[in-house]
Every structure is written in structure tokens, then in C-alpha cells.
Design a protein around this ligand. Sequence first.
Ligand code: ATP
Ligand code: MG
Length: 574
Amino acid sequence: MNDIIKMSKLYAPTLKETPAEAELASHILLLRAGMIRKTAAGIYTFLPLGWKVLHKIETIIREEMDALGSQEIVMPALQPSELWHESGRWDDYGPELMRLIDRHDRGFCLGPTHEELVTSLVRNEVRSYKQLPLSLYQIQIKFRDEIRPRFGLLRAREFVMKDAYSFHSSQESLQEHYDEMSHAYGRICERLGLEYRAVAADSGQIGGSVSTEYMAIAESGEAELVYCECGYASDTEAACVKIVVIPNTAAELTLVETPNIGTIAALAGFMGVPENATVKALSCKDKDGKVTVFFIPGDHELNDIKAEHAVEGFEFLTDGEMLDAGLCKGFMGPVGLPEGVRVVADVSLKDSASWLVGANKVDYHYQGARCGVDFTVDAWEDLCTAKPDDMCPTCGKTLSHARGIEVSQVFQLGTKYSTAMNASYTDEDGTEKPFIMGCYGVGVTRSLAAVVEQYNDEFGICWPVSIAPAEVAIVPLTIGDDIVTPVAQKIADELRQAGIEVVLDDRDERAGVKFNDADLYGWPYQIVIGKRGVTNGEVELKVRATNEKISLPLGDACATVIKLVEEERAKFVH
Ligand code: ATP
Ligand code: MG
């Protein structure tokens, strides 16, 4: 049973003013409510209340991981560089990796993630398929030297992550564990009270892999997502949506003079057509310097990650390189391109009978350029970043857009690390095979901040009961008298006996100060006890989620509050 938290002893200094560096509600309120303090850019200390919340989030995550048979370990934060050389990530990871050198001149890093370490651990111990599958997790501090640490705990340089890694002897076994993990990640969001969406994520450099991100819905989120009522949801970056293009009506190739038309908007205006009736061209080279021109609907943007999938090592051409390649900047088109230039077009343009596109001649465009007649396309690819009005690839309805905070991600790694690091087991048929791996990360401190982003109002934080630093606050309006004080103590004791987490504001402060603090700290239920009320046999209950105030008969107060808290708790346990 928890002790009653006494406000007079609690180290939770509040701030009246909004700290200058904080922009987002979670950052402002966690600082103002004395839950965290900044040590350096992106590095925070957790004070007792913040620590309690963090601990509760960790408990929820532990329960979910233990329930699916993942076993808790703790790996060191300090990792030898050799392991990162083996995986190739010492060079690939870039300046986000915090590197250091010990007194013997040996290289180390402060782990941003633990694939290398866990792979080296398991390759030395697990030899046979009989020992698989194996799933390990830890809750530990991670380090990433983010270029722009900001938004408090949301993008920090030192943060807490729960990271799990699984090892399998078959794709089916990985899929099974991945599904269980995905399910657990959804439950974790629900138990934290987060409104969230699971979205298909970009698989980054590891093309073809499967990955899902869990996004807490928030206007302040850095991520953009699209979703549909049919269940489809994706990170905007990764979404392969259906794009509507307006087919051009011109039946045959016609050269049109378009003087001083340098942009898509200007071209659309000049021709009197919507922007999605035009075709935009962008030139690039691949890792060997071979030139490609991308063609995409005029109203869309080329997505860098998709471009990289289509053209390995993709880099835009400079003006000089365009000249050298014989390309006409601002007026490129597929008809009459120089010999050897590859044409890669967005799949949506297949639906366009003819294109309104550059004519490879300054101040000229073609209308009615027909694929297969006037030009050919070397490859059709999904190239664009999704936009509002794009359609669901599953059911064809118009997609909805939202912003979100990525709180967690699950990933099928396959054999990327086990192959690079020679981590293999002996299979049933006696052959050596690399482990098939999955990895699964929850941003623990980021989740905490995401909850505050969703649960706040102008007065402060409104913690969901599942992770509130305490469930009920007792706020006596006078201290040291023989009317209010004994009643407050009695209610606090009775609630505590019933297993409720109680905070007692026993400070000799003005009522207004206590009310403001109680709202700022975000106690879900607040019982206000005053002399007049006690004399009349009543206390006041404030429900923080709604700021509703209810008068309760003194005799029923505890039973009512216990019932409310228990009902509220039950909402978070499924
Ligand atoms: P982002 O794209 O936001 O930088 P990421 O995709 O690089 O994150 P992962 O490698 O997937 O992050 O790490 C797992 C989880 O760790 C993320 O889902 C996120 O919740 C958390 N996380 C990552 N970077 C940070 C950070 N700088 N501060 C706080 N939490 C973070
Ligand atoms: Mg991620």
C-alpha cells in the first residue's frame, strides 16, 4: 500500500510563468508542475511526481511484455565500437551516435538502440533451433545526439525506451511474435489512455521489411498520417495512396508557347486547368551518375524515401549537371529527352491518357503527350507524398489526415543484423542459418509527454487515472484546526486503506494556491474540505477531467470516491 503523499514534504516546485524555451503543452506543464527539470538541451531530471508517472508507465509496459513471454534484461548503455563496425552502423549512423574514447583509446558509443549488443549476446549463447523463439526486452536510457532536441521529453537526447528483440528460426514464427507485440503495443497505448492509430510505416533503408508505428494523435505531433474509415492507415511518408489526376483532353501532341511560365501554378493558370492536370518533372542521378527524370502529378511532391527506393543513391541534379545532361530546366518533358536518360513516372499517371508537360525547350510545353505513342516510360513507381484529397488504396474513399506523435514502432528486421554479425543457429536439418529477427521499441518518456499533450487544459494537466502520480487529492482549506484537519486525515486514511493513491495538501497555504496547484499537478479527483462544509456535513468533489464539482455528504464521500476511482481504473484494463 502506498503512503499518503504529503504536499508539505513533497519536492515538486511549481512555476507560475511559462518557461521561455517551452512551446508545447507537455513541455510547459511538466516543467510548471515540477515533474521534470532541464539539465542541458534535451536532457532532463525527473522529480518525484514525474518519476512516479514514469514508473507507472514502465509497470504497464512490463506487464504487457511479460504477458507475451518476453524476458526482461538490462544491457549496458555504453557499447564497444567494434560491434557497430560489424553491423556497419558505426559509419552509417552519423552524428546522432554519441561516440567516446576510453583511456586506452578504445572507441565506444552511448547506445541509441541495442540491435548490435543483443545480437552479440545471443550469438554467443543460442546455438540450436530448439532454443528459439527467444524474446528479450529492457527498459533503459538511450542516447541520441538529435540535431534539434526540442519539445521537452518528445525529442530528447537522453530518453527512456523499452526495446525488445526477438529471434526466430522461421518467418512464420517472427510473424506470430510480431502480431503479438503489435497487439501489446495497442494495449499499452490504450492503458496509457492515448488516442492513437497504428499506421504502416516506412521501412527506411531496409526496403521490403514490415513495420508499424503507433501514433498518438496530436496537432503538435511531428508526424503526418492518413487514414480511412475502412481501417487503412499510414504514415504520410510511406502511404501509397491513389492519386487523382485529371486526364488531358488534347487528342494529339501540340506544342504550346508558355512564355515566362516557371511554376506549376503558373502553368495551370495559363492553361486554365487544375494543377493535377499538369505533369511535373524532376531530374536526378543514381549512385553511378546515371540520369533519371521523374514525372509526377503537378500538384504533388516527390517523396525522397520513395525516390530512393526507385533510384538507388538518388540525388537531385545541380543546374550545371542538368546542362551537361542536355536537360532544359523548368521545361523538361518525356518527349525528345536526350538519349540514355531514364524516364520514371508515378503510377497515377498511367491513368492519364495524355500529359500536359514540358517540351524540353525553353518557354514551351506539350499538350496531349501520349504515353506509348509520343514517348515511353522505363518504370512506373509510387513516387509521391500523400496529400489531402488522395484516395484510400484499399477502398478508394477520400482519406482523412491527422498529425501524430510516434510513441512506438515494431519492425521485422529479418536477417539484416544476424547476417552482418555472423549470428547463426543450427537448424533441424543440421545447417547453419542466420537468426530471423524482430525489434520493438516504445518511447517511454515520449509516451509520458504524449499523454500530457492529449490530457491538459488551460489550468494544467488532467492525468488519466492509470498513470496519475496520485489518484485523489485531499485539499483541506484550513490547517491545524480541530474541525477540518481531523476530517481530512480521516478521509485520506480511509481512501488509502481502500488502496487508493492519496495526496494530502497539508500546506498552510491560501485556498486559491491549493486549487491552482491541484489543477496544475492534474490530480484526477480532488476532495475539498472546508469548515462550513464540514459543519453542514458535506465536502466538495472536483473531477479534473471535466472540472465538474459535486457536493457529497460527508458520510458517503469515501465510498463514492472509491467507486469512481475503481470504475475509472477499470476503463484502462482490458
Ligand atoms: P523519430 O523518427 O521520432 O526520430 P525514431 O523512429 O528514430 O523516432 P525509433 O528508433 O523507432 O525512433 O525508437 C523507438 C521509439 O523511441 C520511438 O518510437 C520514440 O517513441 C522513441 N524515441 C526516439 N527518438 C526519441 C527522442 N529523441 N526522444 C524521445 N523519444 C524518442
Ligand atoms: Mg521509429
